[in-house]
Design a binder for this molecule. Structure first.
Ligand code: ADP
Length: 661
């Protein structure tokens, strides 16, 4: 392959990965071309790129997964190459082929290699032929329940049923004995059909105390192939990676060499070119051993967790990808010229609610502070003020820490997470910090079951937030009645419950996380220099808090008090009081005031409504918000259905108002 000069790249992705690719492309002097859905018009990746092209509505199936629209944008922009990032079209062989047909270089492996590794059963057979250890199991075509049960018995329990077309842990079931096999099989097949449109499964030995150790490989079109060492991704929740690190704790050099060799063999077996990752599962009961790891699958793309490899090797993997796509040889083609420097960890910061089953949490990022610091790298695709929408992966950022030792890297990670502020959507920052500080994990004693075994402690479930609530109430009070100044001229001017001879008490109703509570305000005696104290019920008003530093972030309805990575919403008590900024009453258009779920539509086209009448209810962050008619009129159109997710600003109902008529 003769090198060709690449001068421009279209990034067929969004979010942090699009931003990360743009950064390297720009450094290499490439013109950068973004694509975006309607929901991403103002996204960071669009702002960073030199040019941007719209490719369709918010749902990924109508935009980021539309190969035809992306190729049309590439043609219009005159892009030399397309970088797919990860997810979306990155592992679609048809897309790689379509790029080639359009004369555009695909920054990724050949379509044939993607295809060969695409199905877990075929991939396992192929690499086993090349001498790579695979997990003992049945990877064949037969799918009759009795046959598979017999295979499971032959393999020996516990076994793992996996979807052949799997990904993201879907269609996966651990089975501990023959009596549970039939039910587990049926449910794995159901889930696989639903998720991948392919019910086929394979059955393999369930590896005990499993550790997920993967090897970064890189191949060029000149026959060079190297590995860039391993990453340990054993810190998982429900088979999804949470914290990744490189190198793997307790990795003996001879095991690393054996895994690296096996990974390079697996890549060679499919004629691989570009960046790829070979995932192994290792038996962690007695540490990592050369005879204790097995091939699981190959990811034929850049991985989310590639930054930890970049940190310990000092090489920019995206730069390598561009060079290989241009037909150049690998920047480092000899294995012996690569070395590990220090230790790196990455934490995936998500807009999700650890206390609420890790459900994604959408909405506007009212505040976002991502820390800088020695050895800290942040990869993000959002800024304060941006919204986390229900359409895409709710990742906010990756926080990567590099240090001379594992302890130093983890200390830096925990420190950085402690300085991270996310307000608006809930986030897993406190959970990640607890993980980075967990003694067993710090000691290197963990496997893929670590998080699920200790979930309650790690999510801080049931932790008290009284101090935050008191602080929130004080902030609301200050907002409602600005600083008392020198004090009322006469006690009779005060309207705050002043009573002669007693503490100045006042009841103050609030909503704490949507729940009605009554705070009692204890005002200081005028002239004593004391400050307001807030109490609930009989609790001692003075109970001073031992909480850490708190931050108060204003919201349209109240405040969010953020402390230790958790937030508490303290709001004014009228839940049906709609934020009028969000209603365009001249046009009679009722829009969703925030991202959420439309719980109920209370009117139908043709209905007459009066000003203030409730029209619909939107639920967001576990709170219901009623939308009311801004004026008398008639319902002209209802544009959304109950049960639907709605994005902030989406038109829900149109009124023909009296004054507009
Ligand atoms: P997916 O493609 O759905 O992500 P993988 O095959 O990559 O599935 O496996 C995901 C995770 O499931 C692994 O990281 C590991 O934690 C667990 N796992 C997979 N295979 C086994 C096995 N044979 N024994 C124990 N755990 C396994």
């Amino acid at each position: 392959m003769t090198p060709r000069r690449l001068t421009s790249v279209l990034i067929a992705n969004r979010g942090e990965i699009a931003c990360r690719v743009i950064r390297t492309a720009r450094r290499l002097g490439l013109r950068t071309i973004a694509v975006h859905s309607e929901a991403d018009r103002e996204a960071l990746h669009v702002a960073l790129a030199d040019e941007a092209y719209p490719i369709g509505p918010a749902p990924a199936a109508e935009s980021y997964l539309r190969a035809d629209r992306i190729l049309a944008a590439a043609a219009r922009a005159g892009a030399d190459c397309i970088h797919p990032g990860y997810g979306f079209l990155s592992e679609r062989p048809d897309f790689a082929e379509a790029c080639a047909q359009a004369g555009i270089a695909f920054v990724g492996p050949p379509a044939s290699a993607i295809r060969a590794m695409g199905l877990k059963d075929a991939a396992k057979a192929l690499v086993a032929q090349a001498g790579v250890p695979v997990v003992p199991g049945y990877h064949g075509a037969r799918q009759e329940p009795d046959f598979l049960a017999a295979e499971a018995a032959a393999i020996g329990y516990p076994v793992l049923i996996k979807a052949v077309a799997g990904g993201g842990g879907k269609g996966m079931r651990r089975v501990d004995g023959p009596e549970d096999f039939a039910a587990a099989l049926a449910s794995a097949q159901r889930e696989a059909s639903g998720a991948f449109g392919d019910p086929r499964v394979l059955v393999e030995k369930y590896v005990l105390a499993p550790r997920h150790v993967e090897i970064q490989v890189f191949c060029d079109a000149h026959g060079n192939a190297v590995h860039l060492f391993e990453r340990d991704c054993s810190l998982q929740r429900r088979h999804q990676k949470v914290i990744e690190e490189a190198p793997a704790p307790g990795m003996p050099p001879e095991v690393r060499a054996a895994m690296g060799r096996a990974a390079v063999e697996a890549a060679r077996a499919v004629g691989y070119v570009g960046a790829g990752t070979i995932e192994f599962i290792a038996d962690g009961r007695e540490g990592l051993r050369a005879d204790g790891f097995w091939f699981m699958e190959m990811n034929t793309r850049l991985q989310v967790e590639h930054p930890v490899t970049e940190a310990i090797t000092g090489h920019d993997l995206v730069e390598w990808q561009f060079r290989v796509a241009a037909g150049e040889p690998l920047p480092v083609a000899r294995q012996d010229d690569l070395a590990i420097r220090g230790h790196a960890v990455e934490a995936r910061l998500y807009a999700e609610d650890p206390a609420g089953g890790f459900l994604p949490s959408t909405g506007r990022l009212l505040a976002l502070e991502l820390p800088a610091g020695e050895g800290i790298r942040i990869d993000t695709g959002v800024r304060a003020g941006d919204s986390v929408t229900p359409y895409y992966d709710p990742m906010i950022a990756k926080v990567i820490a590099h240090g001379a030792s594992r302890d130093e890297a983890l200390d830096r990670l925990a420190g950085a997470l402690g300085r991270t502020l996310v307000a608006g959507p809930r986030s897993n920052v406190a959970f990640l910090k607890a993980l980075a500080e967990a003694p067993e994990f710090r000691a290197g004693r963990f496997d893929t079951g670590f998080i699920d075994r200790d979930l309650a402690a790690l999510t801080g479930a049931g932790a008290s937030h009284d101090a935050e609530v008191r602080r929130g109430v004080a902030a609301l009070v200050a907002r409602a009645r600005p600083a008392p100044g020198p004090g009322p001229a006469s006690p009779w001017d005060a309207d705050d419950g002043f009573q002669l001879g007693q503490a100045r008490r006042q009841a103050w109703p609030v909503l704490v996380e949507g729940e009605a509570r009554e705070a009692v305000l204890h005002w200081p005696e005028p002239g004593t220099g004391g400050s307001l104290r807030v109490a609930f019920g009989d609790e001692a008003a003075a109970a001073a808090s031992a909480a850490g530093p708190m931050r108060v972030v204003e919201t349209p309805r109240g405040v969010l008090v953020v402390s230790g990575g958790r937030q508490v919403a303290v709001e004014a008590p009228d839940p049906f009081d709609v934020d009028l900024d969000h209603i365009d009453d001249r046009g009679g258009t009722i829009k969703a005031p925030m991202h959420g779920r439309l719980v109920e539509v209370l009117v139908a086209p043709g209905d007459r409504v009066v000003r203030g009448q409730r029209l619909a209810i939107v639920e967001a962050m576990k709170m219901e918000h009623a939308l009311t008619a801004p004026a008398d009129g008639e319902v002209a159109e209802v544009s959304a259905q109950a049960g639907q997710q709605v994005a902030e600003g989406a038109r829900l109902i149109t009124l023909k108002t009296e004054d507009a008529a």
